[in-house]
Design a protein around this ligand. Structure first.
Ligand code: GDP
Length: 403
């Protein structure tokens, strides 16, 4: 189709021809020689012009010569199967493509670069060496040094518990960045909830009205707050005595939104302060309509004074929301992670804690060995799972074609 290949990794100008030797396009060809290609295999890339009809012709020609179309994520899957990247890195390719904010892009790149996997692999290596000394003490009890191996092992297992605990925290944070945060905006009718969400969105996403009880459903708006997608749920007002069935249903949904939210913004009309129910949840009390007050009230801890009408106090509000979501601007760029990573880390920590408690209680080394192996397997699931067919199918089906 394109004549002889040039030297590896060098673009060569080429005419792309059909089987009758007619030129379809003039483009570039580049040969990536194995193993130094994305997939680890020999790869040839044709660069042609963007006309979709022309691209189609090139593809049809290729297919007639025996090429086959790639499945979604096939290049990344091959890269994984050829050990160019591990599974956590492969997942971060999909995350990078789907990332909607700067924070998510930086975090996905952190995982793609292998920082996350490196930490997991170091931990696996340490557990392997712990297992070697446990197994040796079981197989050759006569060679165990005086005082036994338990003390040294316990120190190492505890070091791993502390390290993986911090990885788990980062992974949980990464999961939230990937899946987004839910913030429920609640308060009495007319407190200014919809106006506040609109101001945050800097767009009229939610309808406002001065008739109490207008927002009866929960309206959701995804808003980019300093690089993180936060879903604000503008809920129905919480009146003590709802007047209609629809309003009662709206209030039920509000309660559900509060239960599912990471944070609750409790909007209060600053002019009618007092007698406000407190919310039993991570919440911020937002004193709204401060533009109508003669003087700005002193805010207590966890309170912020704003005016949704003028935008007064919104910098403080956004800063407080980010802090309460654990995303203050000073936090280091985190990793992007998935629920399965968090699950595996939690299980690994469970087995390590079991090992530590067996070592402290001087229980049998068999049990310690078993728990260390279980912890190691759990960590392995993150980067190189053993029973992987279903999991791989699930992960790579999320990719788009050509990745
Ligand atoms: P919701 O029922 O809590 O969603 O309240 P809305 O957002 O619909 O607002 C109710 C009324 O209060 C509307 O007329 C808004 O224009 C008005 N309002 C909302 N926020 C402010 C504010 O900060 N200052 C003033 N002066 N009016 C506001």
């Amino acid at each position: 189709m394109c004549g002889p290949l040039g030297a590896p990794w060098q673009f060569r100008r080429c005419d792309i021809r059909n089987k009758n030797k007619r030129i379809i396009d003039s483009g570039l060809v580049v040969f990536f020689e194995a193993p130094h290609s994305y997939t680890g295999e020999d790869v040839v890339e044709l660069h042609c012009h963007g006309n979709p009809n022309l691209v189609d012709l090139v593809m049809v020609e290729g297919l007639s010569l025996g090429l086959k179309l790639a499945e979604p994520g096939e290049f990344t899957k091959r890269a994984f199967l050829n050990n160019k990247i591990d599974l956590a890195q492969a997942e971060s390719v999909a995350d990078l493509i789907a990332a909607q904010t700067e924070e998510a892009i930086l975090a996905a790149n952190n995982s793609l670069s292998g920082r996350f996997s490196e930490g997991i692999n170091k931990s696996i290596a340490s557990l392997v060496s712990c297992r070697v000394s446990v197994e040796a003490s079981l197989d050759f009890p006569e060679e165990v040094p005086e005082g036994g191996v338990a003390e040294g092992l316990l120190l190492e297992v505890e070091a791993q518990i502390s390290y993986l605990g911090s990885v788990l925290e980062a992974a949980k944070q990464g999961l939230k960045i990937r899946e987004g945060f839910g913030v429920a905006v609640v308060g009495a009718p007319n407190a200014g909830k919809s106006t506040l969400v609109n101001r945050l969105a800097q767009d009229d996403l939610v309808i406002t009205s001065d008739v109490p009880g207008t927002t009866r459903d929960s309206i959701r708006a995804n808003i980019n707050l300093s690089g993180v997608v936060v879903e604000f749920i503008d809920t129905a007002g919480m009146r003590k005595n709802p007047v209609s069935q629809i309003e009662r249903e709206g209030i039920k949904r509000t309660q559900k939104a509060i239960e599912g939210a990471t944070l609750v913004l409790h909007v209060v009309d600053a002019n009618k302060r007092g007698g406000v129910d407190s919310i039993n949840k991570n919440s911020i009390k937002v004193l709204n309509k401060c533009d109508l007050l003669d003087s700005i009230p002193l805010c207590e801890d966890g309170e912020v004074c704003v005016s949704a009408a003028t935008g007064f106090g919104f910098d403080n509000l956004i800063e407080l929301v980010l802090i309460r979501l654990g995303l203050s601007s000073s936090t280091e760029t985190s990793l992007l992670s998935r629920r399965r990573h968090v699950d595996s880390l939690e299980s690994a920590l469970f087995f390590l804690n079991e090992s530590a408690s067996s070592l402290k209680k001087e229980e049998g080394m068999e049990l310690v060995a078993e728990n260390l192996l279980a912890a190691q397997k759990e960590l392995g699931e993150i980067t190189n799972p053993v029973s992987s067919d279903d999991l791989l199918g699930e992960i790579f089906s999320e990719f788009c074609l050509g990745k």
